[in-house]
Design a protein around this ligand. Sequence first.
Ligand code: 3UK
Length: 522
Amino acid sequence: QLQYPARLNCVAELLDAAVADGAGERLAIRSDTQSWTYAELQRQVDRIAHVLRGPMGLVPGNRVLLRGANNPMMAACVLAVFKAGMVAVPTMPLLRARELGAILAKAEVNAALCAYGLRAELDAAPGVPATLLYFGLDAGLDAGTDAGDAAQGANSLEARMAEQPERFDAVDTAADDICLISFTSGTTGVPKGTMHFQRDILAICDCFPREVLRSRADDVFIGTPPLAFTFGLGGLLLFPLRVGASAVLLEKLTPETLLQAIERHRATVCFTAPTFYRQMAPLAAKYDLSSLRQSVSAGEALPLATRESWQRASGLAMIDGIGATELLHIFIAAADEQIRPGATGKPVPGYQACVLDRDGQPVGPGVIGRLAVKGPTGCRYLADERQRDYVLNGWNLTGDAYEMDADGYFYYRSRTDDMIISAGYNIAGPEVEDALLRHPAVAECGVVGRADEERGQIVEAHVVLKPGHEAGARLAAELQEFVKGQIAPYKYPRAVRFLSALPRTETGKLQRFKLRDAATTS
Ligand code: 3UK
């Protein structure tokens, strides 16, 4: 299994080693406006690390809140915090002041580096640290957006960087020093902070991308997940660096602009969520996607209908992978000839997985139960009692209902709490969603259980239509009949509601609780 020395600094391995090995002139990070080689990235990271130690007066172990969109400076800030032996606390760009305040307090943050364009909510957050620098200020000044910009120049990270030496020796951290506190999106209750070690950063690079994706130095990684989400941090920064490849970081993405960017940058590996693939598929014919060799889907279940439509559009067999903030990255996946329709895949080499019943006993093939995972990374909640619910005898309980087959493939069914029980039948919403997505009028859908006196719960579908289709009782009845023709008739949605959009998190996850709330309050 994976072995790391007792002392290591992940950035010494990811960046300094690459430059020492001659990768200095290779492209590391590109955006629409910038292009940094490995040597340039190293200089930026080192200067930021000096700013953290010198002008900001921080010491190893201090916690630094990070706030920025996907761009080279944000990437350099994360790496600098790791390199300086400090703890990065990345935050999602759309978070509001109150949510940021909760993170500042919970993570006992000492300092912050914040993109100037995202300062408003942080400045308004309760408990914002006094030690705070903005980056990307120049962009704001050029645009002349804000009269206060000049005054803020004193707090510019770049201005401080210019005064610093070019080389910073990575702090000699222990392999199990914490370097990252990543907050879950928190669909229920207070967000949970998950703590990860220096060696965990390398461990995720040495599992999924090496064993399943088979990433190489000539790969160009591209995609949508924010660097503040571990899906994006791994896929769009750490994985490419580990093999001397390059990453394309893009700030504002739509299905069209992602397709354009794949074409323009000749990207080879794409990371995004199922909805994006679903929306890109009908547009793909207009773009040259011949450079792509793998498309990775994660964040929520990949419906078979979506897998098929993206495969038709791109010619690529998709890699579905389940990951979690608690486990840092993907732990079950399959690529190429290992792909089995309907299955997420098999445990990524390095990880073990099994399916447990309510009492924590393993169940055999073909039985739905609770997914349990063990591997080089795992859940360590920051001061949270929910640790007891997530980890049982070293096994991580992800909250997902899964089924295994006789060959050891794992099939996602639903979130454990989302299983719909109707008239004694267990019905998994995602299966009904997959059936609905096959209907030509359906663009997006979410299926939840609605309380029902007679049946306990009924299956309720929330449907977003493609342009040119009319919502109404006729179409609802047609969709119901359609589902009955696709899967066992008892699973059909007894209620159908039409919406203009589905509620989603910044990470692309359907917020089923909002659909359920809407279902009970009307
Ligand atoms: C769900 C999936 C079915 C599942 C993540 C890749 O999503 C990530 O982390 P989160 O903490 O959510 C974890 C939960 O999301 N999920 C994710 N991927 C899949 N369900 N099929 C999938 N392929 O419920 C899981 O428990 O936001 C994904 C890498 C890093 C990540 N943090």
